[in-house]
Design a protein around this ligand. Structure first.
Ligand code: SF4
Length: 174
């Protein structure tokens, strides 16, 4: 990071949920965070063909918005790459790209109850393949619920804004 890697990327690489944790290791100040991020954007833009920075057409803009509208799912937000369809047959609960909306945690509780009831029936009927699938879904559900609770506990991460030092007004000589 001291060589210019943006701290938010460093935090992601290190698996830190909160950028403050990363800051504790590298003594990065709020102003550095903003400066590094702006430098990162400027470097990325400099590497892209200038033609990519034209104004989007109405069709392109509508497609762009449409993509994000379609990423809203019952349990939260789908993080699949821009312009790609769902590659996991809408099995969101098992999907690594689903981010749970914390307000939907009670819905996960309901789904868990239903899965447990189905598992009991599968055990009674000796449907072993079904049991295996249900166990997998339950494991994903519990993992995602824990993740959503952790995020709800930590709250949003504020990157802060650099404080501009107060300057005294210049007094004209004479
Ligand atoms: S299964 Fe995954 S990729 Fe498909 S809609 Fe759900 S979260 Fe998105």
């Amino acid at each position: 990071m001291n060589n210019g890697l943006p701290i938010h990327i460093g935090a992601a690489l290190l698996g830190h949920l909160n950028v403050q944790t990363t800051r504790g290791y590298v003594a990065v100040f709020a102003e550095d965070v903003i400066t590094q991020y702006q430098q990162f954007l400027a470097r990325r833009r400099a590497e892209r063909p200038a033609g990519e920075y034209r104004e989007p057409t109405t069709r392109e803009w509508n497609e762009f918005q449409d993509h994000f509208d379609k990423r809203r799912v019952e349990l939260g937000s789908c993080g699949r790459p821009y312009g790609t369809p769902c590659a996991h047959e809408h099995a969101c609960i098992r999907c690594p790209t689903l981010s749970i909306n914390p307000k939907m945690v009670p819905r996960l509780d309901e789904l868990e109850e239903d899965l447990i009831a189905r598992r009991q029936r599968a055990v009674q009927e000796d449907w072993r393949g079904e049991i295996e699938g249900l166990d997998l879904t339950l494991a994903f559900l519990r993992g995602k619920r824990e993740q959503a609770r952790r995020i709800a506990r930590s709250g949003p991460v504020s990157l802060g804004l650099p404080v501009v030092p107060h300057q005294k007004p210049q007094v004209a000589p004479g």
